[in-house]
Ligand binder design. Structure first.
Ligand code: IMP
Length: 180
């Protein structure tokens, strides 16, 4: 906690906002049995919070996706763990911690549509729109945030801080310390 410069969204704010998103999702998917696809590892706390409030028949699946950033404008997305259920004619809701350049989700949305999903939508806790390199249509956004590196509520820096119960900005000195 000493490494956090400031808290952007408290646990209460995240929990309340996620409830609002779930209410909307409940309305939008009435009559459907969607598959919620969480992208590991960052989506875990957000997914758990959503699931507490999603009030309908639904399935949950998880993918592990890693994104290699070669230059500012190109990135290679690798599926480390895929889902192993058919998504043909199914409504898919991808659950993600943050949309940054958009490269990860742009690729995953195309892939799932190519597999015959009836619809593919995105729910993300955080959205850094200013950083977008490729277009991504995000239907459910928790919070829009400026271009700052954030941690907590699933988000990591070097695999740490995912367990913080709130979303915060990391102190610059932590980068400097680790990079030194
Ligand atoms: P994108 O493909 O650039 O949209 O990357 C999304 C992924 O980058 C997220 O799932 C995160 O793992 C990571 N990421 C982007 N911004 C941040 C941040 O501020 N903190 C922690 N991880 C981030």
């Amino acid at each position: 906690k000493n490494d956090v410069k400031k808290v952007l969204f408290s646990n209460e704010e995240v929990v309340n906002r996620t409830k609002e998103l779930a209410d909307q999702i409940n309305k939008d998917y009435a009559g459907s049995t969607p598959i919620l696809v969480g992208l590991l590892k960052g989506s875990v706390p957000f997914m758990a919070e959503l699931l507490k409030n999603v009030d309908m028949f639904c399935q949950t699946e998880y993918m592990v996706v890693s994104s290699y950033q070669g230059t500012q404008t190109t990135g290679e997305v690798k599926i480390v763990k895929d889902i192993d259920v058919s998504i043909k004619d199914r409504d898919i809701l991808i659950v993600e911690d943050i949309v940054d350049t958009g490269i990860t989700l742009n690729t995953i949305v195309k892939l799932l549509k190519h597999r015959g999903a009836r619809s593919v939508e995105i729910a993300c806790l955080l959205n850094k729109e200013a950083r977008r390199v490729v277009p991504v249509d995000v239907k459910y956004t928790g919070f829009f945030i400026p271009d700052e590196f954030v941690i907590g509520f699933g988000l990591d820096y070097n695999e740490m801080y995912r367990n913080l119960p709130y979303v915060g900005v990391l102190k610059e000195e932590v980068y400097q310390r680790r990079n030194a």
